[in-house]
Design a protein around this ligand. Structure first.
Ligand SMILES: Nc1ncnc2c1ncn2[C@@H]1O[C@H](COP(=O)(O)OP(=O)(O)OP(=O)(O)O)[C@@H](O)[C@H]1O
Length: 247
Protein backbone atom coordinates (compact mmCIF):
# COMPACT_ATOMS: atom_id res chain seq x y z
CA UNK A 1 0.00 0.00 0.00
CA UNK A 2 1.24 3.46 -0.77
CA UNK A 3 1.02 6.23 1.76
CA UNK A 4 0.06 9.80 1.13
CA UNK A 5 1.48 12.47 3.34
CA UNK A 6 -0.27 15.78 3.99
CA UNK A 7 1.67 18.65 2.47
CA UNK A 8 1.99 22.09 4.03
CA UNK A 9 -0.31 23.41 1.33
CA UNK A 10 -2.98 20.82 2.16
CA UNK A 11 -2.91 21.93 5.79
CA UNK A 12 -3.57 25.57 4.92
CA UNK A 13 -6.11 25.00 2.11
CA UNK A 14 -9.08 22.87 3.14
CA UNK A 15 -9.32 19.71 1.07
CA UNK A 16 -13.04 20.23 0.68
CA UNK A 17 -14.59 23.67 0.84
CA UNK A 18 -18.25 24.44 0.27
CA UNK A 19 -19.20 28.13 0.28
CA UNK A 20 -22.76 29.42 0.13
CA UNK A 21 -23.67 26.44 -2.03
CA UNK A 22 -27.17 26.22 -3.45
CA UNK A 23 -28.97 24.06 -5.99
CA UNK A 24 -32.48 24.43 -7.28
CA UNK A 25 -34.26 21.87 -9.46
CA UNK A 26 -37.30 23.72 -10.78
CA UNK A 27 -39.40 24.40 -7.69
CA UNK A 28 -37.26 22.21 -5.40
CA UNK A 29 -34.48 23.86 -3.39
CA UNK A 30 -32.33 20.74 -2.95
CA UNK A 31 -29.40 22.59 -1.31
CA UNK A 32 -29.61 25.99 0.41
CA UNK A 33 -26.71 28.23 1.32
CA UNK A 34 -24.45 25.45 2.58
CA UNK A 35 -20.99 26.36 3.92
CA UNK A 36 -18.36 24.05 5.44
CA UNK A 37 -14.63 23.29 5.28
CA UNK A 38 -13.03 19.90 5.77
CA UNK A 39 -9.34 19.66 6.59
CA UNK A 40 -7.33 16.46 6.01
CA UNK A 41 -6.92 13.46 8.25
CA UNK A 42 -10.53 13.06 9.30
CA UNK A 43 -13.52 10.93 8.42
CA UNK A 44 -16.54 13.22 8.16
CA UNK A 45 -20.06 11.82 8.00
CA UNK A 46 -22.57 13.74 5.94
CA UNK A 47 -25.83 12.76 7.59
CA UNK A 48 -29.43 13.56 6.92
CA UNK A 49 -32.72 11.88 6.14
CA UNK A 50 -33.79 11.01 2.59
CA UNK A 51 -33.98 14.11 0.44
CA UNK A 52 -31.77 16.23 2.72
CA UNK A 53 -29.54 17.26 -0.19
CA UNK A 54 -26.51 15.06 0.52
CA UNK A 55 -26.15 13.46 -2.91
CA UNK A 56 -26.81 16.77 -4.64
CA UNK A 57 -23.98 18.39 -2.64
CA UNK A 58 -21.58 15.54 -3.41
CA UNK A 59 -22.48 15.69 -7.11
CA UNK A 60 -21.67 19.41 -7.15
CA UNK A 61 -18.31 18.73 -5.46
CA UNK A 62 -17.59 16.18 -8.18
CA UNK A 63 -18.54 18.55 -10.99
CA UNK A 64 -21.44 16.38 -12.13
CA UNK A 65 -24.00 19.15 -11.72
CA UNK A 66 -23.51 22.90 -11.59
CA UNK A 67 -24.45 24.90 -8.49
CA UNK A 68 -27.23 27.47 -8.77
CA UNK A 69 -25.25 29.61 -6.32
CA UNK A 70 -22.00 29.47 -4.37
CA UNK A 71 -19.11 27.10 -4.95
CA UNK A 72 -17.95 23.58 -4.16
CA UNK A 73 -14.14 23.29 -4.16
CA UNK A 74 -11.60 20.53 -3.82
CA UNK A 75 -8.20 21.80 -2.72
CA UNK A 76 -9.25 25.30 -3.67
CA UNK A 77 -10.42 24.40 -7.21
CA UNK A 78 -13.66 23.33 -8.79
CA UNK A 79 -13.47 19.69 -9.92
CA UNK A 80 -13.36 20.76 -13.58
CA UNK A 81 -10.20 22.78 -12.95
CA UNK A 82 -8.24 20.06 -11.13
CA UNK A 83 -5.02 19.23 -13.00
CA UNK A 84 -5.21 15.53 -12.05
CA UNK A 85 -8.79 14.79 -10.95
CA UNK A 86 -8.42 11.01 -10.52
CA UNK A 87 -5.23 11.45 -8.51
CA UNK A 88 -6.84 14.14 -6.37
CA UNK A 89 -10.28 12.82 -5.54
CA UNK A 90 -11.73 9.33 -5.48
CA UNK A 91 -15.50 9.10 -5.74
CA UNK A 92 -18.09 6.47 -5.05
CA UNK A 93 -21.57 7.31 -6.17
CA UNK A 94 -24.28 4.71 -6.69
CA UNK A 95 -22.49 1.40 -7.30
CA UNK A 96 -24.28 0.75 -10.56
CA UNK A 97 -23.04 1.23 -14.07
CA UNK A 98 -20.73 -1.78 -14.02
CA UNK A 99 -21.08 -3.94 -17.13
CA UNK A 100 -22.47 -7.25 -15.76
CA UNK A 101 -20.53 -9.36 -18.26
CA UNK A 102 -17.18 -7.85 -17.36
CA UNK A 103 -14.89 -9.21 -14.66
CA UNK A 104 -14.15 -7.03 -11.64
CA UNK A 105 -10.46 -6.87 -12.46
CA UNK A 106 -11.19 -5.78 -16.06
CA UNK A 107 -13.41 -2.92 -14.84
CA UNK A 108 -10.51 -1.62 -12.81
CA UNK A 109 -7.97 -2.17 -15.61
CA UNK A 110 -10.12 -0.12 -17.99
CA UNK A 111 -10.68 2.62 -15.40
CA UNK A 112 -6.93 2.78 -14.69
CA UNK A 113 -6.07 2.92 -18.38
CA UNK A 114 -8.69 5.62 -19.10
CA UNK A 115 -7.36 7.74 -16.24
CA UNK A 116 -3.69 7.24 -17.18
CA UNK A 117 -2.99 5.40 -13.91
CA UNK A 118 -0.48 2.54 -13.56
CA UNK A 119 -1.94 -0.95 -14.14
CA UNK A 120 -0.09 -2.10 -11.00
CA UNK A 121 -2.65 -0.16 -8.93
CA UNK A 122 -5.36 -2.66 -9.92
CA UNK A 123 -4.03 -5.50 -7.76
CA UNK A 124 -3.33 -3.09 -4.91
CA UNK A 125 -6.87 -1.73 -4.78
CA UNK A 126 -8.41 -5.20 -5.23
CA UNK A 127 -6.50 -6.20 -2.12
CA UNK A 128 -7.54 -3.05 -0.24
CA UNK A 129 -11.18 -3.71 -1.11
CA UNK A 130 -10.99 -7.38 -0.14
CA UNK A 131 -11.92 -8.42 -3.66
CA UNK A 132 -8.82 -10.31 -4.79
CA UNK A 133 -10.60 -13.67 -4.59
CA UNK A 134 -13.54 -12.44 -6.69
CA UNK A 135 -11.55 -10.32 -9.14
CA UNK A 136 -11.93 -12.74 -12.03
CA UNK A 137 -15.65 -13.26 -11.59
CA UNK A 138 -18.14 -11.37 -13.73
CA UNK A 139 -19.74 -8.40 -11.98
CA UNK A 140 -23.24 -9.65 -12.91
CA UNK A 141 -22.73 -12.35 -10.25
CA UNK A 142 -21.57 -9.91 -7.56
CA UNK A 143 -23.74 -9.14 -4.54
CA UNK A 144 -24.62 -5.50 -3.81
CA UNK A 145 -21.91 -5.47 -1.14
CA UNK A 146 -19.32 -6.75 -3.64
CA UNK A 147 -20.32 -4.06 -6.12
CA UNK A 148 -19.83 -1.49 -3.35
CA UNK A 149 -16.37 -2.91 -2.75
CA UNK A 150 -15.61 -2.70 -6.47
CA UNK A 151 -16.79 0.92 -6.49
CA UNK A 152 -14.52 1.64 -3.52
CA UNK A 153 -11.60 -0.06 -5.29
CA UNK A 154 -12.21 2.18 -8.31
CA UNK A 155 -12.28 5.25 -6.05
CA UNK A 156 -8.89 4.28 -4.61
CA UNK A 157 -7.19 3.67 -7.98
CA UNK A 158 -5.59 7.11 -8.20
CA UNK A 159 -4.33 6.92 -4.58
CA UNK A 160 -6.22 10.18 -3.99
CA UNK A 161 -5.82 12.38 -0.91
CA UNK A 162 -9.56 13.16 -0.97
CA UNK A 163 -12.37 10.58 -0.95
CA UNK A 164 -16.04 11.39 -1.49
CA UNK A 165 -18.24 8.37 -0.88
CA UNK A 166 -22.03 8.39 -1.22
CA UNK A 167 -23.60 5.74 1.03
CA UNK A 168 -20.60 3.37 0.89
CA UNK A 169 -22.16 1.12 3.54
CA UNK A 170 -25.13 0.33 1.31
CA UNK A 171 -25.48 -3.44 0.91
CA UNK A 172 -22.63 -4.39 3.23
CA UNK A 173 -23.20 -7.17 5.76
CA UNK A 174 -21.91 -6.80 9.36
CA UNK A 175 -18.48 -8.14 8.42
CA UNK A 176 -18.42 -5.75 5.47
CA UNK A 177 -19.37 -2.86 7.76
CA UNK A 178 -16.52 -3.69 10.12
CA UNK A 179 -14.16 -3.86 7.16
CA UNK A 180 -15.41 -0.50 5.84
CA UNK A 181 -14.91 1.16 9.22
CA UNK A 182 -11.33 -0.04 9.37
CA UNK A 183 -10.66 1.01 5.77
CA UNK A 184 -12.03 4.54 6.32
CA UNK A 185 -10.13 4.98 9.59
CA UNK A 186 -6.95 3.76 7.89
CA UNK A 187 -7.39 6.18 4.98
CA UNK A 188 -7.91 9.13 7.33
CA UNK A 189 -4.97 7.93 9.42
CA UNK A 190 -2.79 8.32 6.34
CA UNK A 191 -3.76 11.99 6.22
CA UNK A 192 -6.58 11.78 3.67
CA UNK A 193 -9.87 13.63 3.81
CA UNK A 194 -12.77 11.21 3.78
CA UNK A 195 -16.35 12.44 3.32
CA UNK A 196 -19.00 9.75 3.67
CA UNK A 197 -22.73 10.27 3.30
CA UNK A 198 -25.29 8.16 5.05
CA UNK A 199 -28.92 8.36 6.09
CA UNK A 200 -28.34 5.68 8.72
CA UNK A 201 -26.68 7.20 11.76
CA UNK A 202 -25.76 3.88 13.36
CA UNK A 203 -23.73 2.90 10.29
CA UNK A 204 -21.22 5.65 10.77
CA UNK A 205 -21.40 6.60 14.44
CA UNK A 206 -18.41 4.45 15.42
CA UNK A 207 -16.27 5.46 12.47
CA UNK A 208 -16.30 9.21 12.16
CA UNK A 209 -14.50 12.14 13.76
CA UNK A 210 -16.66 14.91 12.42
CA UNK A 211 -20.31 15.23 11.47
CA UNK A 212 -22.31 17.37 9.09
CA UNK A 213 -26.06 17.07 9.48
CA UNK A 214 -28.33 18.31 6.69
CA UNK A 215 -32.09 18.65 6.65
CA UNK A 216 -34.22 19.92 3.76
CA UNK A 217 -31.14 21.22 1.97
CA UNK A 218 -29.75 23.15 4.92
CA UNK A 219 -26.77 22.43 7.13
CA UNK A 220 -28.03 21.97 10.69
CA UNK A 221 -24.79 20.92 12.40
CA UNK A 222 -21.06 20.99 11.63
CA UNK A 223 -18.80 19.76 14.42
CA UNK A 224 -17.06 16.89 16.19
CA UNK A 225 -19.12 13.75 16.65
CA UNK A 226 -18.37 13.92 20.39
CA UNK A 227 -20.31 17.21 20.66
CA UNK A 228 -23.45 15.44 19.46
CA UNK A 229 -22.85 12.25 21.40
CA UNK A 230 -22.67 14.22 24.67
CA UNK A 231 -26.17 15.64 24.22
CA UNK A 232 -28.99 14.24 26.36
CA UNK A 233 -30.15 11.02 24.75
CA UNK A 234 -26.90 10.68 22.80
CA UNK A 235 -26.22 10.82 19.12
CA UNK A 236 -29.52 9.47 17.93
CA UNK A 237 -31.62 11.95 19.93
CA UNK A 238 -29.44 14.79 18.67
CA UNK A 239 -29.85 13.63 15.08
CA UNK A 240 -33.63 13.37 15.41
CA UNK A 241 -33.81 16.83 16.99
CA UNK A 242 -31.71 18.38 14.21
CA UNK A 243 -33.68 16.75 11.43
CA UNK A 244 -37.10 17.32 12.96
CA UNK A 245 -37.98 13.64 12.77
CA UNK A 246 -40.38 12.20 15.36
CA UNK A 247 -38.46 10.52 18.22
N1 LIG B 1 -32.12 15.73 -10.85
C1 LIG B 1 -33.06 16.14 -10.00
N2 LIG B 1 -34.19 16.72 -10.44
C2 LIG B 1 -35.15 17.15 -9.61
N3 LIG B 1 -35.07 17.05 -8.26
C3 LIG B 1 -33.98 16.49 -7.75
C4 LIG B 1 -32.92 15.99 -8.58
N4 LIG B 1 -31.95 15.48 -7.78
C5 LIG B 1 -32.39 15.63 -6.50
N5 LIG B 1 -33.60 16.23 -6.50
C6 LIG B 1 -34.37 16.60 -5.28
O1 LIG B 1 -33.51 17.29 -4.42
C7 LIG B 1 -33.77 16.94 -3.06
C8 LIG B 1 -32.48 16.44 -2.43
O2 LIG B 1 -32.15 15.18 -2.99
P1 LIG B 1 -30.78 14.40 -2.67
O3 LIG B 1 -30.76 13.18 -3.52
O4 LIG B 1 -29.65 15.33 -2.77
O5 LIG B 1 -31.00 13.99 -1.15
P2 LIG B 1 -30.20 12.96 -0.25
O6 LIG B 1 -29.97 13.66 1.04
O7 LIG B 1 -29.01 12.46 -0.98
O8 LIG B 1 -31.25 11.80 -0.03
P3 LIG B 1 -31.07 10.18 0.04
O9 LIG B 1 -30.56 9.87 1.42
O10 LIG B 1 -32.45 9.70 -0.18
O11 LIG B 1 -30.13 9.78 -1.05
C9 LIG B 1 -34.90 15.91 -3.10
O12 LIG B 1 -36.11 16.61 -2.89
C10 LIG B 1 -34.82 15.36 -4.49
O13 LIG B 1 -36.08 14.90 -4.92
Amino acid sequence: MRYWLATVDAVTTPDISVRGLGKRFGGVEAVRDMTFDLPPGRVTAFLGPNGAGKTTTLRMLLGLIAPTSGEALIRGQSYARLAHPRRTVGALLEATGFHPGRRGRDHLRIAARDAGLPAARVDEVLDQAGLTGAADRRVGGYSLGMRQRLGLAAALLGDPPVLILDEPANGLDPAGMAWLRELLRGLAGEGRTVLVSSHVLAEVAQTVDHVLVAHQGQLMFDGPVTDLAHETGGLEAAFLRLTGAPA
